[in-house]
Design a protein around this ligand. Sequence first.
Ligand code: SAM
Length: 265
Amino acid sequence: MSSSALVRLADLDGSAPFPLPELSSATGIPLHQADEPCEFLLFYHNGSLWIRQMSEPAVGAIRVDFEDEALYYRQRRQTQPEALLKAAGLKQEQGIPVVDATAGLGLDAFLLASAGCQVTLFERSPILHALLNDGLRRAADSEEARVREVASRMHLQLGDSIAGMPALSPRPDLVYLDPMFPQRRKTAKVKKHMLLLQQLLHGQQGEAEEQLLATALACATRRVVVKRPRLASPLAGRKPSHSLEGKSSRFDVYTGLHPARDLRA
Ligand SMILES: C[S@@+](CC[C@H](N)C(=O)[O-])C[C@H]1O[C@@H](n2cnc3c(N)ncnc32)[C@H](O)[C@@H]1O
């Protein structure tokens, strides 16, 4: 969140599963006062946590929804997620430890967990973390067994992955990085949502990229995968071992890492 983004917290219909002041002190987001103007409202409605940009009513609100049809389709189809999973080099192994060091809305982490990985998700924005935590809480109670099962392999941590990754035991086989919400024009609804998140996190984008990549390369035992806009330069200017092109994204793959080094020693 940019230091200037004014975010407030509310419970619009009394459906919050926890007392609101608890979430307020956990996230540092003040409770919304009646008639108080704000840029973003983080709110409970119908038992879900949502975020809305007040100046963009047409965009609507965003929540994390692992039961979403479009995500189910992505989970099953053969193109984009295939590119991510191919880049991840996943074979038939189940339960391999993976870190998603830039969790965002958790969509890519969900796809990795769908492929059988045990995924630790780091998210440093308390707002995105709260949205993800709420999505995972609902997924754990889902009526769909496949959603409950995948969510049980997703382990969310609040905080900067640069600090958090080296403390993990066992070390992850794979670290996945997707640090930037790509610049997009306002066209489809999903792209407007991207814009909302970009504006919410404005000022944090592109921070400490070199350190993030260096930490990922030091922690992963097998490979690091970085999602980039298709035509962008590699993260931190560091040339990957190879790349896989998706429709709008590219996955840069770094191999030849240091499986034996104990980072906690
Ligand atoms: C483009 S989004 C990731 C989208 C995600 N791949 C998805 O499928 O929804 C980038 C996210 O990474 C987070 N982030 C960036 N650097 C981070 C870091 N060093 N530690 C933890 N979170 C980070 C940002 O707060 C943002 O929410």
